[in-house]
Design a protein around this ligand. Structure first.
Ligand SMILES: Nc1ncnc2c1ncn2[C@@H]1O[C@H](COP(=O)(O)OP(=O)(O)OP(=O)(O)O)[C@@H](O)[C@H]1O
Ligand SMILES: [Mg+2]
Length: 251
């Protein structure tokens, strides 16, 4: 358990922390056991406000995917505490965590993780079906999002019939279709040509403008850096620069 002092560093009271989209306090993560145990993230303190796009940048292997996987509740921190939408993730039972994630978090994986046996529109509809929508209603909504991403002509294509960039857009549609309040994109434009990359970022910018939502983008792609409202640099598992989280656009 963290002391009250530790919880309140950077001037955040408990109530302020709960009003943030994301707050990390003293978050570390180790991989491996015994002599092979390695600390990949070291005492991360990070606040992310609603309304805007936070970019997470840094060299390969510095811990970006690990950090966003912790924020998404896909990994558990070795030390520290993570709050998302005011909820302390560690206080949730495994079943409640799955439910919380399904409802509130859209995660675009670096590897697209599409289901090979489902076509494009069925893949994109999965989060809605998980939430209990009928397949026909879910597919209808998924088709709208895919169309917005320039994939309207590929709804019935299977992943193996799609290019890397097209698969990525299906993965993006799947992460947005249930209208999550937290959207996490791990390299969303890496496999996309310039035009598709800009279409994706235009959609992210529109979504991020909502004061109810926060978008976190992990990227190496210098073409999209200007879309950031705030940029966080990670180096060897530590935050290099973390301007205060004010939710304002800085671009
Ligand atoms: N499941 C795992 N088991 C062991 N080590 C891991 C595991 N996942 C990540 N790591 C290690 O943690 C470090 C950070 O990995 P991570 O994937 O977070 O980096 P990254 O910044 O996302 O890199 P990239 O830009 O290449 O995607 C790496 O050294 C990686 O080898
Ligand atoms: Mg990564």
């Amino acid at each position: 358990m963290l002391s009250e002092d530790t919880q309140n560093q950077e001037g955040s009271s408990g109530a302020e922390e709960r009003a943030l989209a994301v707050s990390c306090r003293g978050v570390s993560r180790d991989f491996g056991v015994g002599p092979t145990q390695t600390r990949v993230l070291h005492g991360i303190d990070l606040d992310i406000a609603f309304g805007g796009q936070t970019f997470l940048v840094g060299p390969s292997g510095c811990g970006k995917t690990t950090l966003v996987s912790l924020i998404a509740g896909l990994l558990i921190p070795t030390t520290g505490r993570i709050r998302v939408l005011g909820k302390d993730l560690q206080s949730l039972s495994p079943a409640s965590l799955v439910e919380f994630r399904a409802r509130n978090i859209g995660f675009i994986f670096q590897q697209f993780n599409l289901i090979p046996a489902l076509n494009a529109v069925e893949n994109a509809a999965v989060p809605l079906v998980v939430q209990g929508r009928s397949l026909s209603a879910a597919v209808k909504l998924a088709a709208i999002v895919l169309d917005r991403l320039g994939m309207g002509n590929y709804l019935t294509y299977f992943p193996w019939q799609l290019s890397g960039g097209q698969q990525q857009r299906v993965a993006i549609a799947r992460s947005l279709v249930h209208n999550p309040r937290i959207i996490i994109c791990d390299e969303p434009t890496a496999a996309l040509d310039a035009k598709s990359g800009l279409a994706v970022m235009a959609l992210m910018t529109e979504l991020a403008a909502s004061p109810e939502r926060a978008v976190i983008v992990v990227t190496h792609d210098t073409r999209i850096f200007s879309y950031a409202d705030r940029t966080i640099s990670l180096m060897d598992g530590r935050i290099e620069t973390s301007p205060s989280s004010d939710g304002q656009a800085h671009s």
